[in-house]
Design a protein around this ligand. Sequence first.
Ligand SMILES: C[C@](O)(CO)[C@H](O)COP(=O)(O)OP(=O)(O)OC[C@H]1O[C@@H](n2ccc(N)nc2=O)[C@H](O)[C@@H]1O
Ligand SMILES: Nc1ncnc2c1ncn2[C@@H]1O[C@H](COP(=O)(O)OP(=O)(O)OP(=O)(O)O)[C@@H](O)[C@H]1O
Length: 318
Amino acid sequence: MPTTARLFSHVTAQAPGKVNLSLRVGTPRADGYHPVASVYLAVSLLEEVTATPRQDGEITVSLSEGSSAFVDPAVIPADSSNLAARAALRLREHLGLEPQNHGVHLEITKQVPVAGGMGGGSADAAAALLACASLWEAGLSRQALAEIAAPLGADVPFAVMGGAAVGLGVGDELTPLLARHPVYLVLIPATTGLSTPEVYALLDRLRDEGTLPVPEGDPEVDRELVQALTTGNAEDLALLLANDLQVPAATLVPELSEMLGLGLEEGALSGQVSGSGPTVMFLARTAEESFQLAARIEDRTGVAAVAVHGPVHGARVL
Ligand SMILES: C[C@](O)(CO)[C@H](O)COP(=O)(O)OP(=O)(O)OC[C@H]1O[C@@H](n2ccc(N)nc2=O)[C@H](O)[C@@H]1O
Ligand SMILES: Nc1ncnc2c1ncn2[C@@H]1O[C@H](COP(=O)(O)OP(=O)(O)OP(=O)(O)O)[C@@H](O)[C@H]1O
């Protein structure tokens, strides 16, 4: 059989960043992970990964110069710890391919803020998986790829699936939602990131010391929010946004509270921290309103604000 590495010169795949419209977090399990009830939305900030065969069996990564201005190349791992490289290695092992004939270089073009609570690294892993699956003619379904992806990170299966979904377990047990109406958001990406484990750890501490209430049982999905998402009612959605990681994120980065207040003053329907932060997101009624809101926030703060929409597709080969 000819090696697929000789058939394709390169393959490019895209995968979306995400926000959590609702993120309810339970108390930690024995392995330190928290059970969550998450309503994920894939948004129109896309990561792109181009996989090019290497003849030496190595899996390498680089960051494209076409990456967004708010991505600092210095904080992206350039070695095998990069999530895209880990995804390629995991797939190669899963498929039982000979390493020497299945080396690959992964060039990543980043649009999603790094360590911003938007699952950028997870999207890189998802795009790398799709690109390599195509390069190596893996013949795997999207569902199978999402399962292979799960040990790479709690958000990776959703980056493979995209759209809108409920995530239970640690966020990886996905149920797709029929959200046919677009949701318009404005994002304020931060230039510096927050460590996801630190934000979860602070949530535990704030609960232990009684500053925040301790939830009982596993978190549950807010059915009303799911309904507002599926019927496309932005006003209802605005009332139901929720994020248990917002208080710890805003405790670590106090300016987040100020940013949230400012977006509301400028006319956002509502706003909250995205995932573990520090990206802040605001809800707008229409695309037009989201562009106007982004422009007003930029004028007032001098900080870049980005109008996006969701749901968008999951990882796909271009
Ligand atoms: C904050 C979210 O982005 C919301 O979707 C996710 O929960 C985090 O997803 P992620 O970054 O893909 O998470 P992973 O890379 O699997 O885990 C990073 C760290 O976050 C914490 N973590 C993550 C997910 C989860 N359900 N409980 C956790 O406690 C753990 O300390 C873990 O070591
Ligand atoms: N391809 C990658 N892109 C960005 N960061 C990566 C990548 N691979 C590994 N990392 C490491 O992962 C850390 C978290 O990056 P990422 O951008 O995925 O955070 P995040 O968006 O906050 O994630 P989440 O929302 O899933 O918690 C970074 O600080 C970086 O050290």
